[in-house]
Design a protein around this ligand. Structure first.
Ligand code: GLU
Length: 304
C-alpha cells in the first residue's frame, strides 16, 4: 500500500474543509491556539512511519489521554473496574451529567468525563505519586521522555471547570469517588493537558493495534484480551455522541479530544494520529474525521 501517496491525496482533498469549525474555546488556553494547523502520522506494525504536515508539533491531547488512563487502571484493577464504570456508549456529550443522576453515579463508560474521573480516582488509590507515575507510563508508551503536562492548560481548565466540578461532586455524592474531589479534578485536568504530537500518538497507539503481542510498559502489563477490550470501547465510545457516525464514516476504533486530535488503530496493521484544532459541534476535529474517512476509503482498510 502506497501510504505516502495516499497521504498526499488526502491533504489535497481536505483543503475545502479548512475553515469549517473552531477550536475549543471553553478552555481559555486552548482558545489561543492557531486553528489553522494540520498534522497526520501513520505507524505500521512492520516498522514504517508516514507523516504529513505538522506531525511533529505537540498539542493538547485532552480526552485521548483517557485511553492511557483506562489501560493503566485495567492493569491495577482488572475486571473489578466494571463495578464502578460501565462500558456502554452514552449517546450524550462528553461532559453531560444527565445520565449520572439517573444511573446513580455509575458513569456509562470510561471515556466520558464522569467515567474518566472515576478512573482517575482509582489510579490515585493505586499510585504513590499519581502525576509522576502516570506521565512515566505515557512516556514509555510513546518512547519519548520529553512528554509533559501543560500546567497552564490544566489551571485554565480548572478555573472554568464548573461542569466537571459538578460531575465529580455528583460522583462523590453517590459514593463512587474515594479521594478528595479537588485533588481528583487536579489530576484529571493534568492528564488532559498532556501535550503530544501526531508522531508520539501514533507510536503510543501502536501498542493497541498490536494486541497479539505482550503489552508491557514499565510495570504496566495487559493481556491481549484486555487490550482487545480497550479497543472495543474505543470503537463504541471513543467519539462522544458521534461514535456511531465515526464508525459509519471511518470504521476504526479510536479516540478524539477537544484539542483537535484523533488517534485510531487498524488492529494488527497500523495506528494513525491526526490533528487539526477546528472542531465540529460534537467536539471532534473536522479535518481529522475527513482525513481518516478518506484514509479508510482509499485504502479499503477498515475493520468492516
Ligand atoms: N479536559 C476536557 C474536559 O474535561 C476533555 C474533553 C475532551 O477532550 O473530550 O472537558
Amino acid at each position: 500500500m502506497d501510504y505516502k501517496k495516499i497521504l498526499e491525496e488526502i491533504y489535497n482533498e481536505i483543503q475545502p474543509y479548512k475553515e469549517i469549525g473552531q477550536q475549543a474555546t471553553y478552555i481559555p488556553e486552548l482558545a489561543k491556539i492557531n486553528p489553522d494547523q494540520f498534522g497526520m502520522c501513520i505507524d505500521s506494525l512492520d516498522g514504517k512511519s508516514y507523516s504529513l504536515g505538522q506531525s511533529d508539533k505537540p498539542f493538547s491531547i485532552q480526552s485521548i489521554v483517557k485511553v492511557f488512563a483506562l489501560a493503566m487502571c485495567l492493569h491495577f484493577e482488572g475486571d473489578k473496574l466494571w463495578q464502578r464504570v460501565g462500558k456502554e456508549p452514552s449517546g450524550t456529550s462528553f461532559n453531560s451529567v444527565v445520565l449520572l443522576e439517573m444511573e446513580k453515579g455509575i458513569p456509562r463508560n470510561p471515556f466520558i468525563n464522569a467515567g474518566a474521573m472515576v478512573i482517575t480516582d482509582i489510579l490515585m488509590d493505586h499510585l504513590k505519586n499519581p502525576e509522576e507515575q502516570f506521565l512515566a507510563f505515557v512516556q514509555e508508551l510513546c518512547g519519548n521522555k520529553n512528554i509533559r503536562y501543560n500546567e497552564k492548560v490544566a489551571v485554565s481548565e480548572r478555573e472554568k471547570g464548573y461542569l466537571n466540578a459538578a460531575t465529580v461532586n455528583l460522583l462523590k455524592y453517590y459514593g463512587n469517588i474515594n479521594n478528595d474531589i479537588e485533588r481528583v479534578l487536579q489530576f484529571y485536568f493534568r492528564q488532559c493537558s498532556i501535550e503530544m504530537s501526531c508522531t508520539d500518538l501514533a507510536r503510543a497507539f501502536l501498542a493497541f493495534a498490536n494486541h497479539h503481542s505482550p503489552f508491557r510498559f514499565g510495570e504496566i502489563q495487559l493481556s491481549s484480551s484486555q487490550v482487545k477490550r480497550i479497543n472495543a470501547i474505543m470503537q463504541t465510545c471513543g467519539f462522544y455522541d458521534e461514535a456511531g457516525e465515526f464508525s459509519f464514516l471511518v470504521g476504526l476504533p479510536g479516540k478524539s479530544g477537544v484539542g483537535g486530535g484523533i488517534a485510531a488503530i487498524y488492529p494488527s496493521r497500523y495506528s494513525v494520529a491526526v490533528w487539526s484544532p477546528r472542531l465540529n459541534p460534537k467536539g471532534n476535529s473536522v479535518m481529522g474525521i475527513k482525513a481518516l474517512e478518506l484514509l479508510t476509503t482509499k485504502t479499503e482498510e477498515s475493520i468492516f
